[in-house]
Design a protein around this ligand. Structure first.
Ligand code: CA
Length: 707
């Protein structure tokens, strides 16, 4: 898998003109021949922009200056063959330009770069096209997501990027539409509703992928027990071509496709009272030779297997890797990482395709580090498990049995009868933050974490927060400290090579490059370049903005750039490190683009000192109601507002005035601030519930008087 071609490798110099449209490659030349070609990047014409097709993606290595698709290539390795920025030069990295994203919440997009234009997304599924050399905004498109949709999201108003194809830009919106835009001007060409039920809490945060002129899109919502599926639309017309449901709609049918009949046998007869979950909200990859589209599926909904499928069963196709035929949507094979999931162990995490030599054999593998803590290497032709080892502290299973392909449970995560302190947490040993694979080092770079989670099933609860008996729940296990890592993992030996620790557990994705580097940003607002073989820190750039998105790299003329969307966010309970950049600086989202000999990165404005807690309404609630308010708050409010009433991404609830408190019912149940993203919870919360939550918020304010 070594890539010995590539413009940056020609005599150690940089080819003068990149073959933007593959012109040189078509002529049988390489960029090293240094033939002048028309530099269309100077003036992207409306007719020529974004002309990406399958052949071009498959030959992406012939145009390393572009980043054509989500993972750069269909194998989603997220490896850039560019090497002008390398171990020797990276200390000179500085800012080329930055572009504001009009956001104070999480930015998760992977920018697409094609022929001098960057296409990316901000919060609320807003799309922007920028000149990749200057950062000038070319156009923007706001799909007008109903801000009341905010409560239907588990994990912030995020979007992971667009797909670009034959002059069109495709985005999935938070409220479930798939939209095709004219790449030249951002005008909407078509828009289809991908949701089978608009009353259910579906959403789209993932980037579409395009295979054989079909736009493939899944959705989120397993936390709300929706039924997952993946849809394929014709890229030209938006017509639905096929749809694969990841779980059966009922135990007895009718079944929309034959795979569901097999799946139904793995659910108990009285199961699936709700949708079941299994939402495909992020990861896909494609192997053009095998002609298989790989899709990762999400957790069970509701979380508890004991309630979801009483009596047991594996519950296919939850927490699985599916290999689908892109022409038909039929299933070629599946591998379930977590049979009978009860712990939010999605297998939606990034999948990387590579060819590795294992035990003397060349294997076409698929690699994934799903939430459940095991790093899997599968034969991607048939789904055979080659190996699986723990990449973080994991106590729910002791190991994965290679003969059966199944995890061997320890019993330590069985919360059917009592609370359990389970590792990894619902945040996962690794979450959506993309990994990267370097064919040069043979290593996979994993944004990982050690963190646990107390699961229980009392009432409607999914989990407990802020419990004070963790030591008791640890049951004598040697529990590691809660912390994040970038781990360099050898997928052949299945072992750690090096790791860099961070106090925070929620950091950016990874990018490996031919420059011998791995780039990633952190919650603390530092952009790092590490030696890809040793983990030595070669660059630590303070930018003042926390990052969760993955960097990319591209080039124009002689110049290599590294770009990253900066803006911290996601589920608010991930604020655990205590040194997040957004505690010191405004979380003003921006696209940062770096180059050699660039400028210092301007820090965002500092966070204004918190004012005193204003006088609060008198608290007359009895302790029992206050505790009920706390639980209602945790499950309904904490995911956005923070578990203790405060997150830097949203107004601090502890600073609400008496006047604001007088409007509490109007806001929470009346939808008074719906346009600002605070949905009405009239369907979820009674007036008494709202009162109890208000009392809890007042108690938080009173407790923070001295902070
Ligand atoms: Ca989930």
């Amino acid at each position: 898998m070594h890539r010995t071609t590539g413009w940056a490798r020609c005599n150690g110099t940089v080819a003068k003109h990149l073959h933007w449209l593959g012109i040189l490659a078509l002529a049988g030349l390489t960029a090293c021949d240094n033939k002048p070609v028309q530099d269309i990047a100077d003036s992207p014409s409306a007719a020529a922009v974004a002309q990406i097709d399958g052949a071009r993606v498959i030959n992406a290595d012939s145009e390393p200056g572009n980043w054509l698709v989500h993972g750069r290539t269909y194998d989603e390795q997220r490896y850039s063959p560019l090497a002008q920025i390398n171990r020797d030069t990276v200390s000179r990295l500085g800012l080329a330009w930055e572009a504001p994203m009009d956001s104070r919440r999480g930015l998760e997009a992977t920018p697409i770069v094609v022929d001098g234009i960057i296409y990316t997304t901000s919060t609320w599924s807003r799309v922007r096209a920028l000149d990749a050399r200057s950062g000038d905004l070319l156009w923007e498109h706001d799909p007008g997501v109903d801000r009341a949709w905010g409560k239907r999201l588990c994990c912030d108003v995020v979007n992971r990027g667009v797909a670009v194809w034959q002059g069109k830009v495709f985005v999935g919106t938070l409220d479930g539409y798939l939209v095709a835009l004219n790449a030249a001007d951002g005008e909407q060409l078509w828009r289809v509703d991908t949701l089978v039920d608009r009353d259910k809490f579906y959403s789209i945060t993932g980037a579409p992928r395009i295979v054989k002129n079909r736009v493939i899109i899944g959705n989120g919502g397993a936390e709300f027990a929706v039924r997952g599926y993946i849809s394929a639309y014709d890229a030209d017309s938006g017509k639905l071509d096929w749809r694969f449901y990841t779980v059966p709609g009922s135990a007895s049918g009718p079944f929309e496709h034959p795979e569901l009949e097999q799946a139904a046998a793995t659910w108990s007869p009285d199961s699936n009272r709700q949708g079941g979950g299994g939402t495909a909200w992020d990861s896909m990859a494609y192997d053009p030779e095998l002609d298989l589209l790989y899709v990762g599926t999400g957790n069970g909904g509701p979380w508890s297997h004991y309630d979801r499928s009483p009596g047991g069963g594996d519950n296919l196709y939850l927490a699985s890797i599916l290999a689908l035929r892109p022409d038909s949507g039929r299933l070629a094979w599946h591998y379930q990482t977590t049979p009978g999931d009860s712990w939010d162990y999605t297998a939606t995490q990034h999948m990387i395709l590579a060819d590795l030599e294992i035990d003397g054999r060349q294997r076409k593998v698929l690699m994934q580090a799903p939430k459940n803590g095991f790093f899997y290497v599968l034969d991607r032709a048939n789904g055979e498990l080659i190996s699986a080892e723990k990449y973080v502290f994991t106590n729910w299973a002791s190991h994965v049995d290679l003969d059966s392909g199944r995890p061997v449970l320890t019993g330590l995560a069985d919360y059917s009868e009592r609370d359990r302190y389970v590792f990894p947490s619902a945040a996962g040993g690794h979450n959506w933050h993309p990994m990267s694979f370097s064919p040069e080092t043979g290593l996979v770079y994993i944004p990982a974490r050690d963190a646990g989670w107390v699961h229980n099933r009392a009432g409607d609860k999914w989990f407990e927060f802020g419990v004070d008996n963790l030591e008791e729940l640890a049951e004598g296990q040697d529990i590691p400290p809660t912390r994040g890592y970038l781990k360099a993992w050898d997928p052949v030996a299945q072992q750690l090579v090096w790791q860099k620790e961070t106090a925070n557990i929620w950091n950016g994705g990874a990018l490996a490059t031919a420059g011998g580097l791995v780039f990633h940003g952190t919650a603390t607002g530092h952009f790092y370049a590490l030696h890809d073989q040793t983990g030595e820190v070669l660059l630590e750039l303070p930018i003042g903005t926390g990052m969760i998105a993955p960097p990319i790299s591209y080039a124009i003329d002689d110049r290599q750039y590294v770009a990253v969307m900066a803006g911290w966010g996601g589920p608010a309970f991930n604020t655990l490190g205590g040194d997040e950049a957004l505690l010191d600086f405004e979380n003003a989202g921006r696209l940062l683009v770096f180059e050699l000999d660039g400028a210092p990165v301007p820090l965002p404005p500092p966070v204004a000192p918190r004012g005193p807690v204003p006088p609060q309404p008198e608290l007359t609630t009895d302790p029992e109601t206050l505790e009920r308010g706390r639980l209602l708050y945790v499950y309904n409010c904490g995911g956005c507002h923070g578990m203790y009433g405060s997150t830097p991404m949203l107004p601090d609830l502890r600073l609400m005035t008496k006047e604001k408190h007088a409007l509490f019912q109007d806001i929470v149940r009346g939808g008074l601030l719906e346009n600002a993203g605070m949905s009405s919870f009239a369907d979820e919360l009674s007036e008494a519930d709202s009162d109890a939550i208000q009392a809890y918020v007042v108690s938080l304010a009173n407790a923070s008087q001295d902070e």
